[in-house]
Design a protein around this ligand. Structure first.
Ligand SMILES: Cc1ncc(C[n+]2csc(CCOP(=O)(O)OP(=O)(O)O)c2C)c(N)n1
Length: 626
């Protein structure tokens, strides 16, 4: 039976109660069948989602990419039984598929992912769906300029995450009246009561303090729920947070508001009793209204981009080249940049000057910056986000989840390594290559000069997945001609002879140390190959293997990074399976550096030209050379 409850007049919402009961029952059936899942977390929010879908959501399930579709994000991703039972009620999936929940090969995974066409982003790491929703809403209001609405369902224990409040703060700042948060305040978290229990007043005060509109309702009173959605859609200038008092396990008296039932399925005989108490299985079909058609204000176009050029020998920090190149690529109307209050350091401010309408300041909220970038790319934009490389560590879980979301994201981390000098170790990224290499499907780039940086920024723009560019604080000479190409996965051999006795593998700042070292070694009669490994992942394994063959199996890898997981690890992983693996001499940062001049720090860490000369000389001796 089809249930249609639409229109502006106060409706008889009883049919929606029936659908909500069906959704509760289906969530129980799916999770009991799977033997795992979160039925009680789903039951508390069933009324909230059903009234939303039946009365206010505008969504075309047959055309999930429609520009004008609303976006519904389950920030509490563990309520997947609710989401999937809702999909079934809308006819998007059938009952047979619902019963595959959590089984191997099913699209209905434990937590939602975009493997399902109606899911924008993966959730399940709490505190991420709302920050991403802010990004989608930013796209809606400032880029697409379309009237779609972003609805985000959050749990109350989830509200303890700081990222939720970063998100509300930015949502209020940007006046995101196209964003509504539905907080399912069921008092309970995973291990018992939340910090505030049912103290909705505490939440109201906080929400309002962050500049959002708060509406406190009974989350099982369908009229109140409906009224709150009407109110949220009418509210101008501010986002709305609906604080809905709910009961975990609502509808089945044996588990309602009881501790110990989080993430616990009902055993089959209990499930039977629950289905009975909920009125028995139903086969109702909920009609979700489709949105009106509309066209985004920005249309991606093939535009000729003129990259900046530099003169050989000119000293340019690669971070400056990043900003120059980003501004140039901004000629493409779909390119968007985000900053975490350091754009004058990363040089993303060059983009801001050129394209202020597509630049979003997220202030010192790195988690929010990444999430907003993920949200904006949901709508098809090409997003770049930059901060100090060290501070991406703070948003690492968001980057990890972005990979599960299949997001295309471009990150630039400036101030890499001990090279930054005087500011000291709190500002130095010494783990970032390891961290970003470990992200599934990622690309990791570390250019040594301005020309290669600009070329790689252009490569990143069309690169799927998560790509990361590591830039350097100080200026170093341009070593490449503007005509040179830098394909991802390549490397440049900067010194080569027929009598090379060691190969020095470097990236970024250490390329300059390696070149100086090679010149000195040559004056001693030792020829050393120098490889600029600007693409750390994927790495140019063939170039490395050839160097190992040509240079007597001696590689000296030098990097401004801790020894674990960086360039050295990438080289070793690439060559580990070779028939004759090379001997690798690994120069890396082994202490926590202090403050000082760059030259002093590189020397102290053993990654300057002197250290390379010594290492290459000693290494060459190990193979019986003079
Ligand atoms: C960042 C993060 N920390 C911890 C968890 C484990 N976890 C899953 S659900 C949950 C409790 C959530 O409670 P609440 O937000 O109130 O949602 P409810 O299930 O009660 O509706 C916890 C701690 C997680 N998924 N993500």
């Amino acid at each position: 039976m089809a249930v249609t409850v639409q229109g502006a007049a106060p409706a008889d919402l009883e049919p929606l109660h029936e659908v909500a009961q069906q959704i509760r029952i289906d969530g129980i059936r799916a999770s009991t069948r799977a033997g795992s899942g979160h039925p009680t977390s789903s039951m508390s929010a069933a009324d909230l989602i059903t009234v939303l879908a039946g009365r206010h959501l505008r969504y075309d399930f047959a055309h999930p990419k429609l520009a004008t579709n609303d976006h519904l994000i389950f920030s509490k991703g563990h309520a997947s039984p609710l989401l999937y039972a809702f999909y079934k009620a809308c006819g998007a999936i059938d009952d047979a598929e619902l019963m595959t929940y959590r089984t191997y090969g099913s699209r209905l995974q434990g937590h939602p992912t975009p493997i399902l066409p109606w899911v924008d982003v993966a959730t399940g790491s709490l505190g991420q769906g709302l920050p991403i929703g802010v990004g989608v809403a930013l796209a809606g209001k400032y880029l697409d300029r379309l009237p779609y609405h972003v609805w985000v369902l959050c749990g109350d224990s989830e509200l303890a995450e700081g990222s939720v409040w970063e998100a509300l703060d930015k949502a209020a700042h940007y006046g995101l009246d196209n964003l509504t948060v539905i907080a399912d305040v069921n008092r309970l978290g995973q291990r018992g009561e939340t910090e505030f229990g049912w103290n909705l007043e505490a939440y109201r005060l906080r929400v309002e303090a962050f500049g959002c509109r708060a509406l406190v309702i009974d989350g099982h009173n369908l009229q109140q729920i409906d009224g709150a959605y009407v109110d949220a859609l009418e509210t101008a200038g501010r986002p709305t947070v609906i604080l809905a008092r709910t009961i975990k396990g609502k509808g089945f008296s044996e588990v309602e508001d009881k501790e110990g039932w989080h993430g616990v399925v009902l055993p089959p005989e209990m499930a039977e009793r629950a289905i009975k108490e909920l009125g028995g299985e139903r086969d109702l079909r909920l009609e979700v209204r489709k949105p009106q058609r509309g066209v985004p204000a920005i249309k991606a176009e093939k535009v000729e981009v003129t990259l900046p050029t530099y003169s050989l020998g000119e000293k340019v920090p690669t971070r400056k080249a990043y900003g120059d190149a980003l501004a140039a690529i901004g000629a493409r109307p779909e390119v968007v940049a985000l900053d975490a209050e350091v754009s004058n350091s990363t040089h993303a401010d060059e983009f801001k000057k050129a394209h202020p309408d597509r630049f979003f300041e997220m202030w010192i909220a790195e988690q929010q910056m990444i999430s907003a970038a993920v949200g904006v790319q949901v709508r098809g934009y090409t997003t770049f986000a930059s901060t100090f490389a060290a501070f991406f560590a703070r948003a690492y879980d968001f980057i990890r989840m972005a990979a599960i979301s299949q997001a295309d994201l471009r990150l630039c981390g400036s101030h890499a390594g001990s090279e930054i000098g005087a500011d000291g170790p709190s500002q130095m990224a010494l783990e970032d290559l390891a961290a970003l290499r470990a992200i599934h499907g990622s690309t990791v780039l570390y250019p040594s000069d301005a020309v290669s940086t600009a070329k790689l920024v252009a490569e990143m723009a069309d690169r799927p997945g998560i790509s990361y560019l590591r830039t350097t604080r100080n200026g170093y000479p341009v070593i490449y001609d503007n005509a040179e190409a830098f394909p991802i996965g390549g490397a440049k051999v900067l010194r080569r002879s027929d009598s090379d006795r060691a190969a020095v593998v470097a990236a970024g700042v250490t390329v300059h140390s390696a070149l100086a070292a090679a010149d000195r070694l040559a004056s001693e009669g030792i020829n050393a190959r120098v490889i600029d490994c600007y693409s750390v992942k994927p790495i140019a394994a063939e170039v490395l293997a050839e160097a190992a063959r040509d240079c007597g199996g001696i590689l000296v890898v030098v990097e401004d990074h801790y020894p674990e997981g960086g360039l050295g690890a990438a080289v070793m992983e690439a060559l580990a399976g070779s028939e004759h693996p090379p001997r690798i001499f690994h120069l890396a940062v082994r202490d926590v550096p202090g403050s000082g001049r760059t030259a002093d720090l590189l020397a102290a860490e053993g990654i300057d030209a002197d250290a390379i000369v010594t290492a290459a000389r000693d290494a060459a001796k190990t193979r019986g050379g003079s």
